[in-house]
Design a protein around this ligand. Structure first.
Ligand code: SF4
Length: 276
């Protein structure tokens, strides 16, 4: 077990036991002092703007926080509200999305904005309602539901999966372990400040419970963590054996006009692989 920072001087090691009462309060206290300041977030205890939360979550699905940080403000300037986004031509949205991942996501973003605009510009305030919108899956619905509407639901992304699998030393390998991880993550969600708790779990995974080297000595939930108590946290989540990958051969042609060097491009259909 690494040395414990005085700031988080919990009396380690402590045998971890379920349930983890006290974990949520400790994590929220840490979040209040150590959270990442991100432009789509509200202050602790304050519900965030659903449009900003939704936009950031869709952007973050394929790009790093650093990339989203550099583009988020510009996107908001161009499309300041969900109604403005819905009313914009899809070509403008696709152009603004350049560099932010697959264009299929931008098409879904636009379709979702239109669906919300059709209902008066207000996002549904339940996880079930959110999950019916185009491009919003279980994780994103949970994240928006918790962060923007205070719903007591877990938002389980890769970071949170890692944290939970270590907290409980989940022996099942991924992805089979996902349902168990989701249930355990949900069992940790407090009734008070569920949105901050969701963001605290994300921040813990992104800054402390790192993939290769968890910083257990600085972790606010170390005293409830089976992985930290055992000292083998980095082994979790357990990875599935890699299936042998088939060799695929392909041929590509580039058509270049001799006269001026123009390159022939064809836009792929919206639902194809590598869709434009
Ligand atoms: Fe992750 Fe270590 Fe914290 Fe457990 S104690 S959640 S393994 S950083």
């Amino acid at each position: 077990m690494p040395p414990v920072d005085s700031e988080f001087a919990f009396d380690l090691p402590v045998p971890a036991s379920r349930p983890r009462s006290g974990l949520a309060a400790a994590l929220l206290a840490w979040y209040d002092g150590h959270r990442r300041r991100l432009p789509w977030r509200a202050d602790p205890g304050v519900a965030a703007d659903p449009y900003r939360v939704w936009l950031s979550e869709i952007m973050l699905q394929q790009t790093t926080v650093a990339t989203v940080l550099s583009r988020f403000g510009r996107f908001l300037d161009r499309f300041p509200t969900v109604i403005a986004l819905a009313n914009a031509p899809i070509e403008d949205v696709l152009a603004e999305w350049a560099g932010l991942g697959y264009y299929a996501r931008a098409r879904n973003l636009h379709a979702c904005a239109r669906a919300v605009a059709a209902k008066g510009g207000r996002f549904p305030d339940t996880v079930e309602g959110l999950a019916k919108l185009p491009g919003i899956g279980g994780y994103t619905a949970g994240a928006i539901g918790a962060i923007a509407f205070g719903r007591p639901v877990a938002a389980v992304d890769g970071n949170v999966e890692r944290v939970v699998s270590r907290l409980y030393r989940i022996a099942e390998s991924m992805p089979q372990a996902k349902p168990e991880i989701r249930d355990l993550a949900q069992s940790l969600v407090p009734a008070d400040r569920p949105g901050d708790f969701a963001q605290a779990m994300m921040d813990l995974g992104a800054t402390i419970c790192l993939p290769r080297g968890p910083l257990c000595g600085r972790c606010p939930v170390a005293r409830w963590c089976d992985g930290a108590a055992t000292g083998d946290a980095a082994l979790y989540p357990v990875k599935a054996e890699k299936a042998e990958r088939p060799t695929r051969l392909g041929t590509a042609y580039v058509a270049i006009r001799g006269r001026d060097g123009a390159v022939l491009l064809r836009r792929r259909p919206p639902r194809a692989c590598w869709a434009a």
